[in-house]
Design a protein around this ligand. Sequence first.
Ligand code: BG6
Length: 576
Amino acid sequence: MAATSVVVLDRGNNTTCTINLHGATVVSWRVNNQEQLFVSKQAVFDGKKPIRGGIPFVFPQFGPWTFGPQHGFARIIRWNLEKAPERLASGDVEAIFSLMDTDFTRSMWNYSFRLTYRLILREKELHFNIAIYNPSKDLTFSFNMLLHTYFKVPDVRRCQITGLHGSTFVDKTREGAMYQEGRDVVTICEWTDRIYQNTPQEHIITNVVSGRKMRIQKYNFPDTVVWNPWIDKAKEMSDFGDDEYPNMICIEAGHVSSPVILLPGTAFEASQILQIKVAIKETKKNMLDVWKKQFNRDKWLMRHNDRHIFFQSQWQRTEGPSIYYLVYRLMVTLYLAGTWLLTVIDPKNFDKSQEFRSKWLIYLTNWGYSICMVQSLICTICVGTWIIHGNKVNDNGTRGPPLIKYTYKLYWTCNTIAVDIAFGITVLYWALIYDRKTMNLDAQNVFVHGTNSIVMFVELCVVKHPVYFVHFYWTIFFGMVYCIFSVIYFAAGGTSRTDDPYIYNVLDWRNGGKTTAICLAVLVFLIILHCFSWCISLLRIHIHKKIYEKKSTTSHNKSNNELRGIENTAMTNLPV
Ligand SMILES: O=P(O)(O)OC[C@H]1O[C@@H](O)[C@H](O)[C@@H](O)[C@@H]1O
C-alpha cells in the first residue's frame, strides 16, 4: 500500500472527502468546495495523538479507559486502505478502510477482530458503513463504537438539534446524573456533554455551514452524544483553540451506553448517513451560482479533474475502460472515416477535372465531416490504448496511459465543434442553401447533409464527458475561421464547383454588407445550437443520475433493512 497517509475521494465539482489513515479520521468533507467538518487549527498530526476534529473513530471504548487511552485505540493507529477510492456507476466514490488486531491493540484489548469501514461520497451525502467481525472460535468480546463527528458551524448558539425530545440522557457536566430531554429542539449555550440514549434514527441540525441543515441518519447506533467544550474546557485542551468552541458542534452517533457483545464467528454492522439539506431559497441562489460557475476560469481553460470520463461512456458499468465502448467507438469511427473517404474520392465526379475535385476543400460540409471524423479517431485511439495499457495505478498515482492526460483537451475541443457544426450544417443547408429548382434531392444529398447530425446526436447521448456552456467559443471560432476563409477565397478570385463567384449563394461577398449580416446571424445561431448540445448533455447526466440513484437507494434501503434486522437480534452470523 502507498506510504501516503491521506486518501482523497473526489466526486468532481469540488466535492471531496479526505481521510487520514491515522485513525481513519475523516479530516475534510467538502461539498461544492464548502467544508462541512470542523478541524481545530491547533490539531496535531503527529501520527500519535488523536486528530482534534473531523470524524475520529471511537473503538473499542468510549470515554476514559483503564486499559488504554480515552476513546480507545482505533483513532490513534494507522488503518489500512483496503480499497482505494473508486468511482461507482452512479458517479459516487467509495473507499474501504480496515483495521485488525496487532500486538499493540492486544496489549490493551486481547481479542482478534476485523473492522471494515466503507465510505461513500455522494453529491450531498457522506455514507459510513461499518462492520466488525469476531473471528475467534471461542471468545466473545464486547465494545463501544462511535463516530465522533465535529460539524463546522458559524455559531453553535444558533444551532438546533431535533430528535432528542423525550430521550433520557447522562449529563457528564453534572457528574453523570440522568435526565429526560423535555425540549423539542436542543440548543447549546454552555459546556455540554450528554449521552442521549435510545435516540431515533434521524437528527437534523440547523444552521450549519451557509445556514443549511444537516441530516444525520444512523442505524444500529442507539445513542447520540452531544458535546461542546465551551470556554473553560476549550482552554484546557492543548490541541483546541481557545476561541474555536463557537464554530463546532459534536453530534456523535454511537453504541456507548451499553456495550455491543459479539459472539465468536459473528459480525456487527452499523451505518450513518450525513446529508446536506438545501433550502428552496438556496436552490434559487444555486441556480445563479450554476450560471456563474459556467463562466469560471477552469471552464474557459477546459480543465477537468477527471480526464478518464472523456474516454468512457455514460452508460458503462465498469470503472476503467470498457470494451463495449471501444466496439461502439470503432463502429462510429469506421462509419465516419468511410463516409469521409467517400466524399474525398467522390466516385460520382471521378471523371471531373482536378480543379473541380480539389474544390472539395472549400465546402463547410466537408470541414464538418473532417472534424467529426478526427474527434472520433482520437477518442477511439485513446480508449484502445487505455484498454491495452490497463487501468492499473501508475507510479505517480494516476490511472491509464499518459496519452489520456495529453489528448483529452484536444478531443474535447474537436468533439464540441463537431457536434455543433454537424447540427449547424444540417439546419443551415436545408434552410438557406438547398434550392429545389437547381439541386437534386437524392439519397447522397440527404445522407451528406443529414446523417452526421444523427451520428453526433447519438454521440452526445453515449459519451460521458459534459458539454460546457462557455465552450461555444470553439464553435464560434470555427465558424469565424470559415467565414474569413470564404472572404479570402472570394478576394483571390475563387469560385464554386459550378463556377459561381461564391462558395454558397448566401456567402456572396459581392454584397459585403448583407453577407456580413448573414455571417453574424449564423454565428448567433451556432450559440443557440451549442445551448441545445449543452441541454442534451445535461439531460443525459440527469437521466443517468435518476436511474442509478434509484438503484443505489434501493440497495441502501436493503442494507439498512438488514441492519435493522441485526438491531432486533443484536447480532448475526454474517461472515465479513
Ligand atoms: O478530548 P477527547 O478525548 O477527544 O474527547 C472529547 C469529548 O468527546 C466526547 O465524546 C465526550 O463525551 C467528552 O466527554 C469528551 O471530552
